[in-house]
Structure formats: structure tokens, C-alpha cells
Design a protein around this ligand. Sequence first.
Ligand code: AMP
Length: 444
Amino acid sequence: MALEIYNTLSRKKEKFAPLKKGNVNIFVCGPTVYDFSHVGHAKTYVQFDVIVKYLRYLGYKGFYLQNITDIDDKIIKRANETGTDWKELSEKYKKEYFKDMENLGVNSVTNYASATNYIAEIVSQVKRLIEKGFAYKISDGYYFDLKKDEEYGKLARRTSIEGEDAVSRIDENEEKRNSGDFCLWKFKKTNEPSWKTEIGEGRPGWHIEDTAITEKEFGSQYDIHGGGLDLIFPHHEAEIAQMESISGKKPLVKFWMHTGFLNIGKEKMGKSKGNFSTIRDLLKNYSSEVLRYLFISTSYRKPLDFSNESLENASLSYSRLRNICENINDDKKLNKEFLKEFEEAMNDDFNCPMALQVLWKLVRDENADGKYNTIKKMDEVFGFNLFKKIEIKIPNEIKKLADEREKYRKEKNWKKSDEIREKIKKLGYEIIDGKEGWKIEKSN
Ligand code: AMP
């Protein structure tokens, strides 16, 4: 089976073919940089990292572009609240985001594009929308007139806001022609950053940032656009309206791909909800490979319930996988049958959980040839670093067991403490007692 991708636009899996043979232009919405990134972001960006790595594995030259929203209401609000300069704030969190991505092994992005470097392109797009009659001016800025676009709503299959949308970004003003009209250019307000331009002094609306960036880097049409589910409406819908109205070319994007949410207690993890764990905090206790294992165990389109238990399970499974791989030697062969099975899984809309099962099957197969090189090829996509020496982080569950054993030892309850030592051993770790105390190591 050749690669098929679920396209949000058609709500179907479709055979993948890029606009230009051999090349894939892919754009994924990056973060708004006003705070540290959380594990919800990590899910989306690791899953797209795997998707792009698989496209490259298939031989496509993949140009992966990601925008950084470095000017936005949320940034200005946070800067005012903390008494920081908006530029300093966004630069700080942009750097932190890059660090987080590097630490997660997300290294497939070809180019990060910051919105503030594209002001001329944004202004040019707004001007063209005005000239073509799609944009109008009111007291606080230029807006897109939804009534001028008969197809508005074709991606989300609706035209009004619902529960999980990225809502804050339509902008309200009583003078608007239609309630859903979204802002393209916001006129200067006191104490807000602004740029002096032909369409007045001000700053860009959120949706226009992305089409200005993609038009400059890819042209008016490209292959794949991704992001989390919350971005379908109004953000991605607005992008279609803007770019297709400007260029008259359809579709703006051939394949729309959306990731399911990482939830915590059934609610989407989000910065504004305050129910988040930052990537950097989690990486203190778990390796990036464990986090990748957790995300790769779930289909990118599905939600993922995030809990200590799910993390511990991923941690144990990853340790087991590494343990077995440590004893696999390079026989200079490649196992084509297993690779084919892996590709079949991935070709089915990047079915990572199924591809992971194929990896496990191969790892456990005592008679298979070419294990080392075949696993290595699969790992180019997953990024588990299975044959690389990495610092092993001891899972919390093991640490807790070790503490429990220590307690029994102090009570001289040798039976119980030995039982726990055995339990730890079964989970792939060993307690080494020494003069200086005890330490935990991974068993060989
Ligand atoms: P934001 O910084 O909120 O604009 O989000 C950046 C990207 O991360 C978008 O593609 C969001 O859809 C995605 N994202 C944010 N929160 C989550 C979450 N809890 N689960 C999955 N993706 C998320």
C-alpha cells in the first residue's frame, strides 16, 4: 500500500501525491511564545517530527516550515503583566522553545519563521485583500468580510465558534459587518508595539501571519499543513479564506492534518487553563526517548490521556526495548520483510502504534536476520536512540520501590527487602549496594 493520509478537508484517507514530484512542502503552526512550552505542545511537535522523518525515509525531500508567533495579544498581555518588554519576552520564550525541541529530539524542521520578520509580506497580503474587495476598514483595523467568501467554513464544516476552538483570535468590534469577521491588521493602540506601514501604523492579526509566511516560502499552494485540532476553526479556515481569495488558486493546501489533544483528566492541557506540565520539568525525570515513546504509542489523530501511570508505563516499555536491543549485534543484513511490514503500518496514515508493534515483533523474533540494521532504520523515524549510549533516567516507580526496600532494610526485614530487589530486577533494574550506600542501575 502506498502512503495514504487522512485529510481533514475531505474527512477521508487519500493517496498521497505531492504537488511537485519528490518534494513535500509541509507547514505546521508553531507556538505563541509567551511562556514555557508544555507536554501538549510536545505531543503535537513530536508527532509531526515523526511524520516528516517518515516522509524523508520514503525518499521525499521534505521542506518543513514552522512559524513562530512572536507578536500577539497574549504576548503583549503577558509583557504588561510582568513589566517586561514584549520583544524581550518573546525572544526569551522562543529560545526556550528551541531548547525544548532540541531536548525532545525534534530536529526535522528546516526553517523556523518568526512573524515579525514578515511584516512587509503581511502588509502586501492585506493590500491585495483590500484591492480585491475582501477586506474593509473600521475604527480599529482591517477585517476580512466573510460574506465575500462563499466557501468559508469548508474545512471545519461550520462558520461559528465551538467549544475547543482557538477562540480568542477573531477580535470583537461592533462596527464589524459580520460577527465572525476576523482582523487582518490592528491599528496602533497606546503602549502596544506597532509598525509604520502603507496600510497604517499597527500590527498583524494572527491568521495573516501564517499565509504571509507560507506564500513567501512555498508560493500560494503547498502539500501539507498541520497543527492541533483546536486550530481548524477559525485559524485554518481563515488561512484558506485569505490565501484562496488573494491567489484565486484552490486548494491552498492539499492535505490538512490535525493532531488530537493531550488531555489531563479529560480536559485539554493548555497554558490558559493552567493545567499544564512543562516539557523541561518532565525531562528532569524522564528521558526524551520515554516521552517520544508515549506519543508514538498513540495515533497522532487520537487524544492522549496524560497521567503519571501513562508515563511510567512508557518508561518501563522503553527500558525493556532498550534492554533487548543492547544484546543485538550487527550482522550487516537488512530484514526486508519486517521493513515492509513497518512501511505498511506507517503508510496507513502514519499508524505509529502499529509500526511500534512491528518493531517489538522484530526485537522479540529470535530467528530474524538483519535485526540491528532494520531496527536502526525504523529508529531513524521514531528517534528512540536504541543503539546509542544515553543517560538513563530511572523511572519514578523504580525509585519508589528502591526507597521502600531501603525502609525494610533499615527495619532489618530482609525477606521483604529481598522481595522488592527481585521485583526491581524483573523490571530491568538492579540495586547495587556499596560502601557509600546503594544505587540503581539498569540490568544488562
Ligand atoms: P499554541 O502555542 O497554543 O498556539 O499551540 C501551538 C500548537 O500546539 C498548536 O498546534 C496547538 O494545537 C498545539 N497544542 C496546544 N495544546 C495542545 C494539547 N493539549 N495537545 C495537543 N496539541 C496541543
